[in-house]
Design a protein around this ligand. Structure first.
Ligand SMILES: *[C@@H]1O[C@H](CO)[C@@H](O)[C@H](O)[C@H]1NC(C)=O
Ligand SMILES: *[C@@H]1O[C@H](CO)[C@@H](O)[C@H](O)[C@H]1NC(C)=O
Ligand SMILES: *[C@@H]1O[C@H](CO)[C@@H](O)[C@H](O)[C@H]1NC(C)=O
Length: 427
């Protein structure tokens, strides 16, 4: 045969009967194929709906607590910290197009408690980091106070539950980087008094106390401190004494291990993912995950594509399924008690497909439900892992208070901080 053949269901013949029979058989085959094509997705779709319904139900029963959101940074970057410039009670889509957070989307995403990140860049270190940090703290307090029907400022595990039970949103603060205290345990205490309940021991710069994650990069040229210095160890002890959570996102592996050794309270990683899946040094290696299990801490998984989707498991685009893989991995290695959520919304230039903003958390829980996570396991991931960690840190504080452990008063001499011209005090 050559040339153009007319398409007939019955093959090559041109007999009318054969054509008719062929047509009937063809129609049946067509109907079956079409039925399959439509039918399979329909039944799958109903399962997906069931998983989503389950996810939504669970997120009504326990508070979803996210470890890290940089909305305060958006106020600084886009509005000079003037919180009246936008109305969070309305959708910011089309107003602050790159922003991932507003109250309608918080409600859609069933997010019920947030550690707002108090972040100032490392270029303020030894200059005006403390001043800038106070301003960011003020910004968080301002935007929390502006929506009292929704947001309430809280500082305790019980506070989170009280607001959850009252149908409101618990706002907590995490200080994102030890440079914000400018090597002063006094400043650390004052941040606690203002309501800060975790501190990342470093951001992406070393402090006088600790190495940051970049020390683990192959191209690092700075001489590391080798984890925690003696001062760094005192910072951890003082945080234990205060009842402030130790956050090991952003520190080097040696700093993680040293901190896990020193801390008498459980630690958190407020926004880090799994190194074994994505070899970025912001992520957590297996040995550290296992130490975190021993310590009773929680790794709150970051959704940022750069920490989710990289070698050796890099796809063209980061996906929701990949985030679920990171969460599954931690559960597989340590058991379900040591994993949480720290999405890093509003602190990232790119987002994962399917997890574009704070409205998307239920989709992630639905994916894990699909993978066989039980209701009890999903509740732990949402908030029931983090709550006891915070509670435990409060108990360590109470015990140290009972034992009358006094405030640590050691300090780093001004002259030891070689490259600052910004200090005038006697020590
Ligand atoms: C934001 O998005 C809206 C709607 O998509 C668009 O009309 C507007 O130009 C965008 N604004 C900016 C500054 O990108
Ligand atoms: C976790 O364990 C389950 C069950 O054994 C397995 O199917 C899954 O692939 C594992 N996930 C990861 C990311 O290791
Ligand atoms: C001070 O030194 C540190 C490294 O020790 C460096 O990262 C930082 O940029 C320096 N700061 C100034 C203001 O020179």
């Amino acid at each position: 045969m050559s040339g153009k053949e007319p398409l007939t269901f019955g093959g090559g013949g041109c007999n009318k009967n054969r054509l008719l029979i062929g047509g009937v058989i063809g129609f049946v085959v067509f109907a079956i194929i079409t039925g399959l094509a439509v039918g399979i997705p329909l039944s799958k779709r109903s399962t997906d709906e069931e998983n989503l319904a389950r996810a939504k139900k669970i997120l009504n029963e326990v508070p979803l607590i996210d470890g890290h959101n940089d909305l305060a940074w958006q106020y600084r970057a886009q509005a000079q910290n003037q919180v009246h410039q936008v109305n969070l009670a309305e959708s910011l889509i089309g107003i602050w197009n790159t922003t991932h957070t507003d109250i309608p989307r918080i409600e859609q995403g069933q997010l019920r408690a947030q550690f707002w990140a108090l972040y100032v860049p490392c270029d303020s270190q030894y200059i005006d980091a403390v001043r800038q940090s106070f301003d960011q703290m003020d910004t968080i307090k301002k935007f929390v106070a502006r929506y009292p029907d929704v947001f309430r400022f809280v500082t305790t595990a019980d506070g989170i539950m009280n607001e959850f039970n009252a149908g409101r949103f618990a706002s907590l603060v995490g200080l994102e980087g030890g440079h914000s205290i400018d090597s002063s345990l006094g400043n650390l205490r004052m941040f606690y008094d203002l309501g800060v309940r975790y501190m990342a021991i470093t951001h992406s710069c070393n402090t006088q106390g600790a190495d940051n994650w970049k020390m683990d990069n192959a191209d690092n040229t700075i001489t590391p401190l080798n984890g925690l210095t003696d001062f760094g160890k005192l910072v951890i002890k003082e945080m234990n004494r205060l009842g402030m959570l130790v956050d090991l996102s952003h520190v080097s592996e040696k700093t993680m291990l040293d901190s896990l050794e020193v801390s008498t309270a459980p630690v958190i990683f407020s926004h880090s993912s799994v190194w074994a899946i994505c070899n970025h040094n912001r992520n957590v290696r297996d040995n550290v995950l296992l130490k975190t299990k021993e310590n009773g801490g929680v790794v709150m998984v970051n959704f940022y594509p750069g920490y989710i989707n990289c070698a050796p498991n890099e796809l063209p685009q980061a996906t929701l399924a990949q985030v679920a893989n990171h969460i599954d991995y931690i559960k597989n290695l340590t058991g379900v008690d040591h994993v949480g959520i720290g999405a890093d919304y509003d602190g990232v230039p790119r987002v994962t497909v399917g997890l574009e903003d704070v409205s998307t958390y239920p989709a992630l829980f639905a994916e894990l439900a699909r993978r066989g996570w039980t209701d009890a396991e999903l509740k732990k991931l949402a908030g029931e892992n983090l709550l006891p960690v915070l509670k435990n840190a409060e108990e360590v504080r109470d015990q140290m208070m009972k034992d009358e452990v006094p405030p640590y008063e050691d300090h780093i001499p001004n002259k030891q901080i070689k490259n600052t011209t910004c200090r005038s005090g006697p020590f």
